[in-house]
Write a protein that binds this ligand. Sequence first.
Ligand SMILES: NC(=O)c1ccc[n+]([C@@H]2O[C@H](COP(=O)([O-])OP(=O)(O)OC[C@H]3O[C@@H](n4cnc5c(N)ncnc54)[C@H](OP(=O)(O)O)[C@@H]3O)[C@@H](O)[C@H]2O)c1
Length: 343
Amino acid sequence: MNLLILGGTRFLGRHLAEQALARGHRVTLLHRGRSGPGLFPQAEHRIADRDGDLSALDAGTWDAAIDTSAYVPRQVRKMAERLAGRVGQYQLVSSISVYTTFDAPGLDENASVQTLDDPATEAVTGETYGGLKALCEAAAQQGFGTRCLVSRPGLLVGPHDPTGRFTWWLQRLTRAGEVLAPGDPEAPVQFIDARDAAAWMLLQAERGSAGTFNLTGPAEPLTMGGLLEAARRLLAPQARLRWLDEAFLLAQGVAPWTELPLWLPQGQWGLDQVSIARALASGLTCRPLAATLADTAAWAAEAARADAAGTVGGPPRPAVGLEAGREAALLAAWHGRPSAAGG
Ligand SMILES: NC(=O)c1ccc[n+]([C@@H]2O[C@H](COP(=O)([O-])OP(=O)(O)OC[C@H]3O[C@@H](n4cnc5c(N)ncnc54)[C@H](OP(=O)(O)O)[C@@H]3O)[C@@H](O)[C@H]2O)c1
């Protein structure tokens, strides 16, 4: 297969490119040459800013194009014009964030998507990201019609994750001691190893399939307790999880998701209970949790060593997760609360 990846050198796209090359496909990557310099010498690199002159894409035909780097609908419309008649399937990587609400479990692909007060905005923020991805989806369907496949990934995790969210938990556990575990251990949690998402996307490219798919995991329901306990056992058996309830954390002003990654208050659990029946029926397989944990922890340790040695280029990884002093203060407040007497 002749595959075009619009992106391909950071995280999800990097896994896509790696797997596509390993499967013997001819791969063309479009990017600005900033992320992952030197990656994939076996691929053809077309260097361009997709927001500017796209003549780098004037020549060539591809069986499929997978777009990992579209955030505003103009980028999709421009790509549809530029590639008109020269790609078989077009895949847009959208997001689970397109949905209007997550107040019920089992949300499927027919649920309503967000609309923006200002559909012309190009400011990608926490508030506009989902609505803009929904507009990207509409532009993709208009531009590519029945040749369009839209995937809506949930949280992507694994090696090379630039967001540091899932990885933060593994790094925190390996520091051991008493670890603040947020909320209810029975809270649902969903995420997908970016390598599994990439494998599914490649499979769909090889099949030339179409449609819209939620894309997250694992295949069987997982809880926050199941996740953190599995990570503790595997990576830091000496660490101790201390579960602090939701009301206490919210009263202390702890920000769900950003300050404690993956933690959502009960009213938002639907975000971690979306239906992936359609993706599973179309060939999604999720590797065992232990493999994701071990590989992500190994990559993070290696990246930290390279950071310390000053051999890592590119933008700094964002600081996420609870700062150690704040965690200690919260644990002390928890142990000192009146109702904790004796416990
Ligand atoms: N992370 C999550 O949990 C999550 C969840 C749901 C959905 N998603 C979606 O999944 C996708 C993840 O993408 P990724 O970053 O992992 O993909 P990636 O393909 O590995 O990296 C982004 C690529 O886009 C290129 N790029 C960025 N801006 C560009 C521009 N203006 N012109 C040309 N190339 C450009 C980058 O290279 P250069 O920098 O060299 O240009 C890089 O190759 C995104 O669409 C995101 O919205 C992510």
